[in-house]
Design a protein around this ligand. Structure first.
Ligand code: AP5
Ligand code: MG
Length: 209
């Protein structure tokens, strides 16, 4: 199963990707996670992308596309993957088609005011990578694995607003997948479990095809 999760910043792509990957035993490929890993390890790639991420802007396509192409070339992605946060524009969507055959592009959608509420309370688990929320922590630790949590640099309010402004999912990306007959949209207003039930209805149809 080769799945793309689209959607605005903070709509719940990472949360749904984690649940899908656990249930279907698929690798989770998140461009944001790859960039953050490289920034925290001060790699050449990390140095190249840091200023874009700090400003809430997109990393240039030529950098991002190569990263995804490389990652999807790994053996663990041969049978399937969940691609979280890529593509974000039409050139990326077209480039992806040159090296992968996507079964479904699912947009995880949420209104801006709820996104701001969720991101202002987001915490990332340092141990299992779970994007969690201050409301869900148990004794200040990740509710899933008990790991220490941290905040993301780009969750500062001014960066969140910049991300929302600069990173709206362009309509031409949606049109592109609609035209291919593989687009689906799920409103993420419910709990993560209920949202996953809706996502899973879509996934089950792919499995049975
Ligand atoms: P990336 O890491 O992908 O950030 P993003 O798109 O802004 O998305 P987020 O990870 O912030 O949110 P999410 O949708 O995963 O939501 P989450 O599940 O965490 O990218 C970071 C940066 O890298 C970008 O700004 C850009 O600079 C660069 N980049 C990445 N990809 C790129 C590309 N393709 N091209 C160019 N540049 C790129 O959930 C959010 C919060 O809500 C959490 O606290 C979570 O616990 C909570 N939550 C989730 N679901 C629910 C629910 N149902 N109910 C209540 N709370 C919920
Ligand atoms: Mg994410």
């Amino acid at each position: 199963m080769k799945i793309v999760l689209l959607g605005p910043p903070g709509s719940g792509k990472g949360t749904q990707a984690n649940i899908i990957c656990e249930k279907y035993n698929l690798p989770h490929v998140s461009t944001g996670d790859i960039f953050r890993y490289n920034i925290s390890n001060n790699t050449t790639l990390g140095k190249k992308v840091k200023s874009y991420i700090d400003a809430g802007s997109l990393v240039p396509d030529e950098v991002t596309i190569e990263i995804v192409k490389d990652r999807l070339n790994n053996a663990d992605c041969k049978k399937g993957f969940v691609l979280d946060g890529f593509p974000r524009n039409l050139p990326q969507a077209k480039a992806l088609d040159e090296f992968a055959s996507i079964d479904k592009a699912i947009m995880i959608d949420l209104a801006d005011d709820e996104i701001i509420r969720r991101l202002s309370g987001r915490r990332m688990c340092k141990k299992c990578g779970n994007p969690t929320h201050i409301d869900w922590l148990v004794d200040g630790k990740c509710e899933k694995c008990g790991g220490e949590v941290t905040t993301r640099e780009d969750d500062r309010e001014e960066v969140v607003r910049a991300r929302l402004e600069k990173q709206k999912l362009p309509q031409d990306v949606i049109d592109y997948y609609v035209k291919k007959g593989i687009f689906a949209k799920v409103k993420a207003t419910d709990t993560k479990e209920k949202t996953f039930e809706k996502v899973n209805e879509i996934l089950k149809k792919i499995k049975s095809n």
